[in-house]
Design a binder for this molecule. Sequence first.
Ligand code: ARG
Length: 291
Amino acid sequence: MNSTRIPTRKTSIAAGLAATGAALAMVATSAPAAHAIIGGTEVPNDAYPFMTAVLDKGPGSALDRQFCGASLVTPDTVVTAAHCLVDDEGKPVKPKTLQVAVGRTVLSSRQGQVRDIAKGGVVVHPRYLKGQEAYDVAFLQLKKPVRGISPVALPTQGTDALIRPGQKATVAGWGNTDTELPHTPDRLRQVRVPILSHAECRTSYEGYDAKVNFCAGVETKDSCQGDSGGPIFRKVPGREAPILIGVVSYGDGCGAQGAPGVYTSLSSSKLWKTLDESPSGKKIKRAMNRR
Ligand code: ARG
């Protein structure tokens, strides 16, 4: 399961899957179907303005620089996965190495607003430990707020109404669309996935922590490498704007039977309470509560 948590810069996905791909090419006669995220569909432009791509800063197309997803939660803060933002030793990466594109749908386009990250603006959850699964959440503080893009709503802390087993949620990302070969799409994709009970989820994952995680997905419908950090959200009746219930964290393979995707739960009171354990986390929480 460890290998599924390696930060999924495009290059490393390609390298990781190259061996599988080579082996597969000998048996597969036809090209794999262009699936989704896994089992999903394309997202039309501007459907999810809060959707954010996390990029390696540098020249070239965002299509080659995107390695994780994220969501706008205040005009100058995005939420993503901790494992997207730590190096091999588990230390947060330097803000200068990153950029985000907020409100983009097609990676290679100029849609949305690109921002650099503020000094000290990479804030990893203080309880996140590399090699463990829980508390996989982090925040990026933007150097300059975005203008005219509405942040996504968050669930009420300490509640679970939006993660009831059987309910369906939408997960979106530019991650791999194939379970065997690296296929990374230019246009954002989405898939509807059912939420599982904690008990069910525990049977699939040893490191599962019901206090801060939930599971969603079913065979052939899942998030995958490159979707990490991105949003899983729900639309509720009588309300136009979606609510961000979680962040893509990990999974054993993608879309496999009995191996749902695991998400960091943004309604978890423990997740928010313990964010206070670092000074930078405390600052983020204050900014969030002021929004
Ligand atoms: N850890 C992966 C990433 O870095 C996301 C994995 C999600 N996997 C899943 N089966 N839902 O992109």
